[in-house]
Ligand binder design. Structure first.
Ligand code: SAM
Length: 267
């Protein structure tokens, strides 16, 4: 179907996906660009609606057209309206906002689970999702009132890695009860008062039991309840006069340190 008018109801409903309310009501979110869409397809995620300019003819488009529930074509100025960008990508698609549950993580996850306490910044979350993918993680738990993982800024920053990980939403109480049923879990919290040496932290851990990496919120750090649940509290050394590192950077450093044995044996 080819659309030329901004007043078309399909355009109007796709435009609302830029808002949290629209994504919640429709259970869909928007992904921009052939590369991210191809990553999605390779990871087994089929687009609900594929949207592209009539002129688009890249070879990567055909498999997306085949997999999509339906396809719309529209001129660049309408793609710009959907993405709220002056120079939009020429291919977009919508996907369901799928999340997992704590139970689905299972009793014996192989990779560490990243736990983000009330993360607020969309760009930080996107960068963290991409970095968690690089470090070989499979699950991220978003605890409490977090920024929306399906917001356009976050999705863009993940560069397709959003499709490689399972996201779990949890309240703090739910997450703490879940941890209580896992007495063997190693819970590594990053905290400015941490005492466990940061470099070599993986040497204090066993790969046989579940490992959780807890990161605090941008303003206030890790909550007291989550801090108390940690079995290992570590502080990333800082030689300068700053108070703390940016959350995404601190997460990258910590995941690479915790995953060091695995990363050293990967190519
Ligand atoms: N004022 C906050 C506090 O008191 O924790 C700073 C929060 S910091 C911007 C956000 C999160 O990044 C922290 O909760 C922690 O998880 C991590 N982080 C940043 N710098 C860190 C460091 N030097 N050591 C350990 N964790 C750090």
């Amino acid at each position: 179907m080819h659309i030329t008018s901004a007043t078309n109801p399909r355009v109007k409903s796709l435009t609302t996906l830029a808002t949290k309310k629209g994504r919640r009501e429709q259970g869909q979110f928007l992904v921009e660009g052939l590369q991210a869409l191809t990553f999605a397809l390779q990871a087994g995620h089929k687009p609900h609606t594929l949207i592209h300019t009539p002129e688009e003819s890249h070879p990567l488009l055909a498999p997306l057209q085949e997999a999509a529930g339906n396809t719309l074509t529209m001129p660049p100025h309408l793609l710009a309206k959907l993405t709220r960008r002056e120079n939009p990508q020429t291919v977009l698609a919508t996907f369901p906002t799928t999340t997992s549950s704590l139970e689905e993580i299972g009793k014996n996850p192989k990779a560490p689970i990243l736990v983000l306490d009330r993360i607020r910044d969309p760009g930080n979350l996107g960068t963290i999702i991409r970095t968690a993918d690089a470090a070989g993680l499979a699950h991220i738990v978003l605890v409490g009132d977090c920024t929306d993982a399906f917001a356009p800024e976050t999705v863009r920053a993940t560069m397709g890695s959003l499709f490689h990980l399972h996201l779990v939403h949890s309240t703090e109480d739910e997450f703490l009860s879940y941890l209580k049923n896992m007495p063997e879990a190693q819970i590594i919290g990053t905290h400015l008062n941490g005492k466990i040496p940061f470099f070599g932290v993986a040497e204090n851990l066993t790969l046989k039991a579940p490992r959780f990496v807890l990161m605090g919120t941008e303003q206030a750090g890790l909550s007291e309840a989550l801090t108390s649940a940690c079995t290992h509290l570590t502080r990333i050394p800082m030689a300068g006069r700053l108070e703390s590192l940016n959350l995404a950077i601190a997460t990258a450093l910590t995941l690479y340190e915790v995953q060091k044995p695995v990363l050293l044996s990967s190519t």
